[in-house]
Design a binder for this molecule. Structure first.
Ligand code: NAD
Length: 465
């Protein structure tokens, strides 16, 4: 694994970025667009090499998957930033209350200064360069710390960024959790973290010491509710896609399904038909990603094994070479009758294993969701609008897709983020720009201001009669 040398100047890099951000507070549109253009060119010129690096990091992960799930999303986000920046950078007039007239008030967007970004391994390009691009567009300097679990793509990003940007503009820091810990202790103007809830707590605690504001994009167990009114075949293929994209290693993958009691056999049949359509084979299929490491693979096998020992029934479970192979391509599984205390129902799964729970009435399903930490995403499938509205109005989640999975993340006008234990703060589109921007309120007084009416001595001026 590529490591920074022991005398790695983390602090010196931060100081250089900090000094530069204070020396140039007003970052003009042309410079912001130039930084975005350099980043876009870097991605375009090296798209193939970046995808190859991700493939090497995972073992198996087709370049098409990285194109669709990392690079396509990155390009779309950067194109929107380029287009909308002039509008978003403009000061925004606000209405002034009558007692302050004829003063004027406006909001002046300004860069925050230095933004730290800590990224995960599951979409190692989109979830690192995406927030970095938004922070640069908002006029900030950026220090990025990608995951040590994807060392090849992290090293390539570090080298390409070094060739393209001055270190006090944008730099990539490589290293493990020790480096990440030191990184999160830097007094950034904003720290943007994507990763697990467990590490998110540590990041929030480290940032609090410096009063550094954070965005925490965390994980959790995202439920998928099937209504009796749904088109089961349509639901099954969308759930299978959402669950098996990147072999379930997606923060908003449906973590478990809840369906009306009695629908289990029909769902089981429809799900396997959908899986066969999407992935005619598992082992060796480049579209079906590997589990990222031996440790993660072993954990997933143990989760299913433990649930089975506690009485769960596994459908499609395959302990043939596909599960144990060096490629770590883990076959998909449905798990029925999972005891509530099993780790499959207490931990985020983050793999191609889907517990299926049954409910008798909708209130019971809603209560079960509300008894858990608030999820990052919630999915609902059906045609009964009253049921849909009941679920949406009585549950709280980071985001929702109705009659689909994952897709709300791709809608660039919808902010993306968690709530409660799935995180705080949202980004994408304008929400991202604002996340990395100080919207400075300014009041401009008029020569004809009536402010003196508020000066003492008050006499009887404010006395109610
Ligand atoms: P992780 O929390 O283990 O690691 C994320 C990053 O944190 C890595 O770069 C790591 O080096 C760094 N890190 C480790 N220890 C640290 C510490 N003490 N202080 C600061 N940084 C530290 O997460 P992961 O395994 O890379 O990613 C999987 C998790 O991320 C899942 O829970 C998933 O749901 C979540 N996730 C969330 C989103 C989202 O947008 N909400 C997106 C992708 C992944």
């Amino acid at each position: 694994m590529t490591q920074n040398p022991p005398d790695f100047p983390l602090r010196a890099l931060f100081e250089a970025q900090h000094a530069a951000s204070r020396a140039q507070v007003d970052v003009p549109l042309a410079l912001r667009r130039d930084r975005l253009a350099r980043l876009r060119d870097l991605i375009e010129t090296h798209a193939e090499a970046l995808s190859e690096a991700v493939e090497a990091d995972f073992g198996v992960r087709s370049r098409s998957l990285t194109e669709a799930a990392d690079l396509f999303v990155l390009r779309a986000g950067m194109a929107q930033l380029h287009k909308e920046l002039p509008r978003w950078m403009k000061r925004q007039r606000v209405r002034t209350p009558f007692y302050l007239l004829p003063a004027r008030g406006y909001l002046q967007p300004q860069p925050l200064g230095v933004v730290g970004v800590i990224g995960p391994w599951n979409y190692p390009l989109q979830l690192t360069l995406g927030p970095a691009a938004t922070a640069l567009a908002a006029g900030n300097r950026v220090m990025l710390k990608p995951s040590e679990l994807t060392p090849q793509s992290s090293a390539l990003m570090a080298s390409l960024v070094r060739q393209t940007f001055a270190a006090d503009e944008f730099c990539v820091i490589q290293g493990g959790s020790d480096v990440a810990q030191a990184f999160s202790q830097l007094p950034f103007d904003h720290l943007f973290f994507t990763g697990s809830t467990q590490v998110g707590r540590q990041v929030a605690a480290a940032a609090a010491v410096n009063l550094t504001p954070t965005t925490l994009e965390l994980g959790g167990k995202s439920p998928c509710i099937i209504d009796a009114s749904c088109d089961l075949h349509d639901a099954a293929i969308k759930i299978a896609h959402g669950k098996l994209l990147n072999a379930g290693q997606t923060c908003i993958a449906p973590d478990y399904v809840m369906l009306p009691k009695g629908m289990e056999p029909a769902f089981e049949t429809a799900y396997w038909a959908a899986v066969a359509k999407l992935f005619p084979s598992i082992e060796g299929n480049p579209d079906y990603a590997s589990i990222v490491s031996e440790r993660h693979h072993a954990r997933l096998l143990a989760l299913v094994d433990e649930a089975c020992k506690q009485g769960a029934r596994v459908s499609g479970w395959d302990v043939s070479p596909a599960n144990g192979s060096t490629r770590r391509q883990m076959a998909p599984a449905l798990v029925f009758d999972v005891p509530p205390g099993a780790r499959l129902m207490t931990e985020e799964i983050f793999g191609p294993v889907l517990p299926v729970l049954s409910y008798i009435d909708l209130d019971e399903a809603i209560a079960a969701i509300n008894a858990r930490p608030r999820p990052l995403a919630l999915y609902w499938f059906g045609r009964e609008d009253a049921h849909r509205d009941k679920v949406l109005m009585r549950t709280v989640s980071g985001g929702v897709s109705v009659n689909d999975t994952l897709m709300h993340v791709a809608h660039e006008q919808l902010p993306f983020g968690g709530v409660g234990e799935s995180g705080w703060g949202a980004y994408h589109g304008k929400a991202g720009f604002l996340r990395f921007t100080q919207q400075k309120p300014v009041l401009v007084q008029s020569r004809f201001a009536m402010g003196h009416l508020f000066y003492p001595p008050y006499g009887a001026r404010f006395t109610r009669v």
